[in-house]
Design a protein around this ligand. Sequence first.
Ligand SMILES: NC(=O)c1ccc[n+]([C@@H]2O[C@H](COP(=O)([O-])OP(=O)(O)OC[C@H]3O[C@@H](n4cnc5c(N)ncnc54)[C@H](OP(=O)(O)O)[C@@H]3O)[C@@H](O)[C@H]2O)c1
Length: 243
Amino acid sequence: MQIKGSIALVTGANRGIGAELAKALLASGAAKVYGAARDPAAITGAGLVPVRLDVTQDDQVAAAAATCRDVTLLINNAGIAAFTPLLEAPTLENAEAEMATNYFGTLRMCRAFAPVLKANGGGAIVNVLSVAAMFNVPMQGSYCASKAAETSLTHGIRHELKAQGTAVHGAYFGYVDTGMTAHLSMPKESPADIARGVLAGIAAGEEEILVDQRARDTRAALMQNPRAMELAMQAAWDARQRR
Ligand SMILES: NC(=O)c1ccc[n+]([C@@H]2O[C@H](COP(=O)([O-])OP(=O)(O)OC[C@H]3O[C@@H](n4cnc5c(N)ncnc54)[C@H](OP(=O)(O)O)[C@@H]3O)[C@@H](O)[C@H]2O)c1
């Protein structure tokens, strides 16, 4: 779909990639951008329409869908990552929280906004996924599982929404320099570059938006050898255990 003239809603638009997506949407000619955040006072980007929205709360999601009835482009960006392994984590708390936000939060938003998009002619949904959805990084195993579930959801709603003309995109990229990865020292992409790449993918009609080189390399490696990343991750986990 064309970004110019669209009416977008971005979840988690107060910081990180979400804030850059909201800014890039306006810069690309979106007619209106709802900046959704748990704390709407934290939406400080110029030109954004703040909306209170915790994606884990049924009542807030329903209220947002009732208020933002003109949305044509929904970007499900809100997400959390606990960076804990599946078995080594002391309890299920992190895994359940990641699933509640990344999977059920996205599903809740898609269910609430699908009728809105239909009423406005179809439009598009973009789910912000990750290369970590393509394989399991054992040091952050439960996050990867939640992003894999969100990826499967993305494919599933695409089937259900085709008849109403809603395009469904999944955006994949590697490490980005935001609060989520502040404790990690590896090279990271800038959130502004990622936002521009996501919008370019929407405009080009790509269902799978491979935003950065990491995503393109990972997809290519998996096409060549479906076990490539699994073998690399086993080596990484074994090296961690030896330290
Ligand atoms: N950073 C990376 O390396 C990277 C890589 C691949 C994919 N991603 C994905 O990109 C997306 C954005 O990540 P980021 O790096 O920008 O993270 P971030 O800087 O930690 O920002 C996360 C955003 O999500 C919001 N959020 C969290 N839980 C929420 C909830 N229950 N309801 C509504 N909003 C909620 C946060 O709001 P508060 O301010 O209220 O906490 C914040 O606005 C996520 O889906 C993440 O999984 C990130």
